[in-house]
Design a binder for this molecule. Structure first.
Ligand SMILES: Cc1cc2nc3c(=O)[nH]c(=O)nc-3n(C[C@H](O)[C@H](O)[C@H](O)COP(=O)(O)OP(=O)(O)OC[C@H]3O[C@@H](n4cnc5c(N)ncnc54)[C@H](O)[C@@H]3O)c2cc1C
Ligand SMILES: O=C([O-])CC(=O)C(=O)O
Length: 338
């Protein structure tokens, strides 16, 4: 049987998840991941990695639930297996607190995480500026371990790796039957998507092994996430800001806000500072398209624009993209018969 040649552009958490899903499910495909940057140099590598989504305005809720459930179940299974430390995937319990009661007291994802409940008044006394809180157990997925683990799983499934910049999909049209675009913020120039924009995020890693529970302010700008080797504290959400340098004003702000929530952090040593640009988009783009390249029709499956929720949704959207790849292959086989 002729192998179908598939190129996946992007080696962040979305690209590698999608590549693994395709390579493992469709053995008649020869899958190549090509990317300018691989772990540890992608945006995904520095993400806090907490598994927690927001709701996108224009994607049917059922589809978003599916994305989240599939991702959560996949990561939970790893967290509960012997692979947990190597893959950097662990259970994480804690709370999300709000200064004002949110419109959605029980968000759509509450039925999938473990033990979701509203916090009691006694629990909330610890946070005098906050009036409402949610306690639950989720997963934390540390991409600096998870991406190499995924890449290894991809290679075991026969996948190929190529380091290169793809300046246009046209560059790939003569060598591949199908392209999967997981280029994150890179989609802005790769496919000229004007809806993609950077959302700058700065985080610190600190040494505070006594902290065991996460705390997140519902505004998404202050969070404390204990991890396997250190605690990630953040953050910032600066839309349209392309600066990749650490901003000392942001560092001070992060320390001040996090110490207010967790005073013991004043005793924590700062280990590192990091900035990443989230691939901002009103809604992620998970869809297929047929493009005309050099007189040839080529199927493209897009999977990018996950904003601040790429680690959370990568596996779910990868399975969705796999379904779209199957549809493309079905159409290709019909064409071949004509
Ligand atoms: C500070 C911070 C904290 C975060 N915390 C969390 C969190 O706790 N939970 C969560 O779910 N999400 C979090 N995120 C968001 C998450 O990091 C992103 O949603 C996710 O990394 C997006 O993954 P990606 O694979 O689409 O993009 P990336 O990781 O950016 O990967 C893109 C890939 O495409 C490649 N590429 C792009 N263009 C080209 C091209 N033209 N040619 C070749 N290769 C190309 C790149 O080299 C790279 O390999 C956080 C983000 C930041 C900045
Ligand atoms: O918001 C959070 O808790 C972490 C995150 O996803 C981000 O900073 O993008």
């Amino acid at each position: 049987m002729k192998m179908v040649k598939v190129a996946v552009v992007g080696a962040g958490v979305v690209g590698l998840s999608t590549a693994v899903c395709i390579a493992e499910a469709l053995p008649f495909c020869c899958v190549t991941v090509m990317a300018e940057r691989f772990s540890p140099d992608t945006t995904s590598d520095g993400a806090a990695g907490i598994v927690l989504p927001a709701q996108f305005p224009d994607i049917p809720l059922e589809r978003q639930k599916q994305w989240f459930k599939n991702s959560f179940d996949h990561l939970l299974a790893i967290a509960q297996s012997q692979h947990s430390p190597e893959a950097g995937v662990m259970l994480s319990s804690g709370c999300q607190i709000f200064k004002e009661v949110p419109a959605e007291k029980k968000p759509f994802w509450s039925e999938f995480v473990i033990g979701f409940r509203e916090m009691t008044d006694v629990e909330l006394k610890r946070f005098p500026l906050h009036t409402f809180g949610q306690a639950f157990t989720t997963v934390k997925c540390e991409c600096s371990s998870y991406l190499p683990w995924l890449q290894n799983r991809f290679s075991k499934a026969g996948g190929l790796i190529e380091q290169r910049i793809v300046s246009s999909l046209q560059d790939l049209s003569s060598s591949f039957d199908l392209i999967v675009n997981c280029s994150g913020l890179g989609a802005k120039s790769l496919v000229g998507d004007g809806e993609v924009y950077p959302v700058r995020g700065q985080v610190l890693k600190v040494d505070a092994p006594w902290l065991k529970h996460f705390i997140r302010d519902g505004d998404g700008k202050t969070y404390i996430y204990p991890g396997i080797h250190s605690v990630t504290i953040g953050g910032t959400r600066q839309e349209g800001d392309w600066r990749l340098e650490v901003d000392q004003g942001d560092t001070r702000g992060i320390l001040e806000r996090c110490c207010r929530l967790e005073p013991s952090l004043t005793k924590a040593k700062v280990l590192s500072e990091w900035v990443g640009l989230r691939p901002g988009r009103k809604n992620p783009r998970v869809e297929r398209e047929v493009v005309q390249l050099q007189g040839r029709q080529l199927s493209v499956v897009h999977n990018y624009g996950h904003s601040g929720w790429g680690v959370t949704l990568a596996w779910g959207t990868a399975l969705d993209a796999l379904g779209l790849v199957r549809q493309c292959l079905h159409d290709l086989s019909l064409q071949a018969k004509l």
